[in-house]
Design a protein around this ligand. Structure first.
Ligand code: VGL
Ligand code: ZN
Length: 202
């Protein structure tokens, strides 16, 4: 079985959002177009309490995009984003959500960030996504969404490590930082992760 994982297509990562990813809105029609090519469609949502420690605003004298040590892990300090229940945390209204079988929310523990749709950044707490896919006998995951150098990257790495055939649908992702993404892509290629465009899955 083949699953499409739609990562964090939420208002705060889109045009006008607090952590806007450049040209991110352009991926929405591409993601809508490919959904019916998969047996299972899953989405993730970044879903932070307002007190989340990945927010620069929750630290004294820290700037956004500074890196700190958070409970032993390097942590980029972000602008407030995807606060639980806020408009910024909602999926963009143009995203077709009718085919989405399940939604997995992450980043709910204020002490640890969660880029991957599978596990918190310390790999201690699971979102349940792996159990869900296993139950449905999914062996291949195709990943799209935001951002290519953070949540897409970490989700793809965990998927590959868990033994899924892992494919990133590159034209249906956008990165925050190009250099970061180029490094991430090299690492993904080393792990055997494949790259395609939406035209290849249609
Ligand atoms: C993300 C930064 C902070 C993402 C989430 O979805 O890529 N990036 N939180
Ligand atoms: Zn976040």
């Amino acid at each position: 079985m083949k699953a499409l994982l739609i990562i964090d297509i939420q208002n705060d990562f889109l045009e006008g959002g607090s952590l806007e990813v450049k040209n991110a809105n352009a991926i929405i029609p591409l993601v809508n177009n490919i959904q019916n090519k998969f047996d299972v469609v899953v989405a993730t949502q970044d879903w932070h309490p307002a007190t989340h420690k990945s927010f620069a605003s929750n630290h004294v004298n820290k700037q956004t995009f500074e890196v700190i040590d958070l409970n032993g892990l390097p942590q980029v300090l972000w602008p407030n984003h995807c606060v639980q229940g806020s408009f910024g945390a909602e999926f963009h209204t143009d995203l077709n959500t009718q085919n989405i079988h399940a939604i997995f929310r992450k980043g709910t523990d204020i002490e640890v960030d969660s880029y991957s749709g599978f596990y918190d950044n310390d790999q201690r707490k699971s979102t349940g996504l792996h159990g869900f896919l296993t139950e449905l006998q999914v062996t291949e995951v195709y990943i799209c969404g935001l951002a290519a150098d953070y949540c897409v990257f970490y989700t793809a790495k965990d998927a590959a490590t868990l033994g899924y055939k892992t494919v990133v649908i590159e034209d249906a992702t956008k990165y925050i930082d190009k250099t970061n993404y180029e490094k991430a892509k090299q690492e993904m290629l080393t792990l055997g992760i494949e790259f395609v465009n939406t035209g290849d899955v249609l």
